[in-house]
Design a protein around this ligand. Structure first.
Ligand code: FAD
Ligand code: NAI
Length: 460
């Protein structure tokens, strides 16, 4: 008689492990299949957590080298111990993945180690052992999108996984793709001493984000030393022992040129990982598992969440889907509000957004007011010496309801949470403007931007 469960989740990333925990909290008998040696998926092992560890360490390194003198702190020569920085990153990852193991034990979730394959609805095979279950959740995540002519070897031509593991600072790092990974990991290696060139197909960075915010971010990042080649495409790469030579053409066509790099980071997006999971669940036009909006696939009893389905490829989106699905499987009313999912790029300054952009509002024909406030006029930002950027709020012209919030600035990723909550509660810009904000705080820039929606900012 095979072991049987109420729910088997395939994949232990933030979608899968959170779904497993919530389902167990609700009294279901749960197992989670993971083929990696450790739990936590892309996010904890090779994504969010290690990248944020290196972003933080490299920020400290840069501050020690350049940022402290204006505060009257004089230090002598600073030296990079990259091996130690990488070891610290590994410790941070280790603590996080062990944390998920602990949560599995606490919630009595069975960890089925190996590769999961759906034999049929209600049956999951894990490396030759079959398990029975009422419900199956596919949470297999995503992988880096390949580019024809640019063969990844994770040494000279790397994805984010290889870029997190470099044991030497490259002299010249070329990044293909000015998206989130390109800007975050490009920033890490620039701060540690690399010359960094970012090649982007479009004529802007961070497609999908508010274009005013993206343009301002590009200016700040360029000033920090990232060199941008916009409107350009890479058509080939030749690797030898020490270098990669890229062929680069204008996106609109024209003469090609060669660019040499020690390391090339390919970061042109991610695509769902579904290899060998079977059976044939229906996919959409972009290779993502098609769901009915409530995580059900076309096969009864099989559900999907996270990077494997449509929507932003973000850990917190995957988590919220995991919770909502677990609640539905337990007979409750789980729900995700896709209109209010914040996105944060952890460069410095940070770049954060929630809700609609100006371009989206224009395209939808929605009339709106804009309120903006720069960090140069915020007392706390001045005290910190971090005055790059601004807060921009978009509110419905008729009702004043907040429709979007976009922040470039210090701790923008933390500041955006206030606006996500406001939007979740259907707040107007006036609600935010009339809320008492502590002084001196960065959040006062949010309040001032809300006041600015009706032209009554106080400090500008
Ligand atoms: P994943 O985390 O990809 O987990 C899927 C798991 O399923 C994997 O462990 C895989 O081994 C396992 N699996 C697959 N197939 C099988 C199988 N057949 N059997 C058993 N196991 C299987 N998002 C943010 O919100 N914030 C960030 O700061 C952030 N930073 C990132 C940085 C990098 C470098 C990268 C690459 C991504 C980052 N992301 C970030 C995105 C985030 O990691 C993903 O959105 C998130 O991990 C998706 O979660 P998931 O549960 O859908 O899948
Ligand atoms: P992305 O979708 O953010 O950016 C890819 C970029 O590559 C785009 O600007 C695109 O126009 C460009 N591009 C596409 N094809 C190209 C080509 N042939 N040549 C040059 N440029 C090309 O994807 P990225 O950066 O790889 O990240 C993948 C996912 O991981 C993202 O969807 C993101 O959600 C997630 N992630 C999230 C993070 C965060 O929340 N802080 C951090 C890192 C990743």
């Amino acid at each position: 008689m095979p072991d049987s469960f109420d729910v088997i989740v395939i994949g232990s990333g933030p979608g899968g492990y959170v779904c497993a925990i919530r389902a167990a909290q609700l009294g279901l008998k749960v197992a989670c299949v993971e083929k990696r040696e450790t739990l936590g998926g892309t996010c904890l092992n090779v994504g969010c957590i290690p990248s944020k560890a290196l972003l933080h360490s490299s920020e400290n390194f840069e501050k020690a080298g350049h940022g402290l003198a204006e505060h009257g702190i004089v230090i002598g020569d600073i030296k990079l111990d990259l091996a130690k920085m990488q070891a610290r990153k590994a410790d941070v990852v280790g603590a996080n993945v062990k944390g998920v193991e602990f949560l599995f034990r606490k919630n009595k979730i069975a960890w089925l180690k190996g590769t999961g394959r759906i034999a049929a609805a209600g049956k999951v095979d894990v490396d030759g052992t079959e398990y029975e279950t009422k419900h199956i959740v596919i949470a297999t995540g995503s992988e880096s999108t390949p580019l024809r002519g640019v063969e990844v070897d994770e040494k000279r031509i790397v994805t984010s996984t290889g870029a997190l593991e470099l044991d030497k600072v490259p002299e010249h790092l070329v990044v293909i793709g000015a998206g989130v990974i390109g800007l975050e990991l490009g920033s890490v290696w620039r701060r540690l001493g690399a010359r960094v060139t970012v090649i982007e197909f479009l004529d802007r960075i961070l497609p999908g984000m508010d274009s005013e915010l993206a343009t301002a971010a590009r200016r700040v990042l360029a000033r920090q030393g990232l060199a941008f080649r916009l409107g350009a495409k890479v058509t080939g790469a030749v690797t030898n022992e020490t270098r990669v030579t890229l062929t680069v053409e204008p996106a609109s066509g024209g003469a090609s040129e060669q660019i040499a790099a020690d390391v090339v980071l390919l970061a042109i997006g991610r695509r769902p990982w579904l290899e060998g999971v079977g059976p044939d669940v229906a996919l959409d036009e972009r290779g993502r598992i098609r769901t009915d909006g409530r995580f059900a696939t076309n096969i009864p009893g099989i559900y999907a969440i996270g990077d494997a389905i449509a929507g932003p490829m973000l850990a917190h989106k995957a988590e919220d889907e995991g919770v909502a699905l677990a609640e539905r499987l337990a007979g409750k009313a789980g729900h995700v509000n896709y209109a209010v999912i914040p996105g944060v790029v952890y460069t410095w300054p940070e770049i954060a957004s929630v809700g609609q952009t100006e371009e989206e509002l224009k395209a939808a024909g929605i009339a709106y007011n804009v309120g903006k406030f720069p960090f140069t006029a915020n007392g706390r930002a001045r005290a910190m010496g971090d005055t790059d950027g601004f807060v921009k709020l978009l509110a419905d012209k008729t009702t004043d309801r907040l429709l979007g919030a976009h922040i470039l600035g210090p701790d923008a990723g933390t500041l955006i949470a206030e606006l996500a909550i406001a939007m979740e509660f259907g707040a107007s810009s006036e609600d935010v403007a009339r809320t008492c904000h502590a002084h001196p705080s960065l959040n006062e820039a949010v309040k001032e931007a809300a006041l600015a929606v009706e032209g009554r900012a106080l400090h500008i």
